[in-house]
Design a binder for this molecule. Structure first.
Ligand code: C5P
Length: 238
């Protein structure tokens, strides 16, 4: 039971592709397997603070994935407003720059942790070449440097860059890995995916699942397998 609870805390479900009413239904349905629910842009635009409240009412933690990317003043204030909602984590693009990340951190605090999004899992190495003329890994290392100088609380990165990130930020930094797929799942628009087992074994603190669960004929069955995989990986026998 303890192992189940420990695994559950590592699993986030992305409340994408649904109305606020449907989101409430999914939260109730999945909270035995999921400790964190991710409210992204899509749901926040529709449901606003009620979407965050719906997560809290079921006793789960809210990951407010707003992926803020703006000037320091705006980012800092937006994070301060997010703190009033009671979310546990909020995301800011590392590309916003060091000052924006610093202001975000000031707007957060001990209850609301600010996570820097390094590179979206949908970006490919050809995107990196076209946008910055370098590899994904090198681009990410630069962005992590920016976040570290700003004293950011944690990071979002793909399973592929996780080892590189851990090497740079050390074992204690909080790291979230989206783009999680079970073997055989369709990738959709995600280019750099990992299985739950691999992501946890490589050092993810929190993994985010969306379509793999939402589009499954039996989402609870998928999550039962994910909880088992995560529990095994946490024991070091994944
Ligand atoms: O459906 P899927 O499992 O691909 O869900 C991906 C979720 O993770 C989406 O909500 C997306 O916004 C989020 N995400 C991501 N890549 C990042 C950060 C967040 O795919 N770098």
């Amino acid at each position: 039971m303890e192992e189940w609870e420990a695994a559950k805390k590592r699993i986030a479900f992305a409340l994408d592709g649904m109305t606020p009413l449907e989101a409430r239904g999914w939260i109730r349905r999945l909270c035995p397997w999921v400790g964190v629910f991710k409210v992204g842009l899509e749901l926040f635009v529709q449901g606003g603070k009620d979407a965050v409240r719906a997560v809290q009412e079921e006793g789960a933690l809210c990951f407010l994935d707003l992926k803020l990317h703006d000037i320091p003043e705006t980012v800092g204030r937006a994070v301060a407003r997010a703190k009033e909602l009671g979310a546990r984590w909020v995301t800011v693009h590392a590309l916003s720059g060091e000052e924006a990340l610093r202001r975000a951190k000031e707007g957060g605090g001990s209850h609301l942790q600010v996570l820097a999004v390094t590179l979206l899992t949908s970006l490919s190495s050809s995107d990196a070449k076209a946008m910055v003329g370098d590899s994904l890994g090198a681009w990410m290392e630069r962005l992590v440097g920016v976040g570290m100088r700003a004293g950011i609380d944690g990071w979002v990165c793909s399973g592929e860059e996780l080892s590189t990130l851990r090497r740079v930020v050390g074992p204690r930094a909080f790291v979230v890995v989206p783009g999680i797929r079970l073997p055989g799942d369709p990738l959709g628009d995600q280019h750099r995916v990992a299985t739950p087992k691999l992501a946890i074994a490589k050092g993810a603190d929190l993994i985010v699942l969306g379509r793999s669960v939402r589009n499954a004929p039996q989402p609870e069955e998928v999550l039962r397998r994910v909880v088992e995989e995560v529990a095994l990986a946490l024991k070091g026998c994944g």
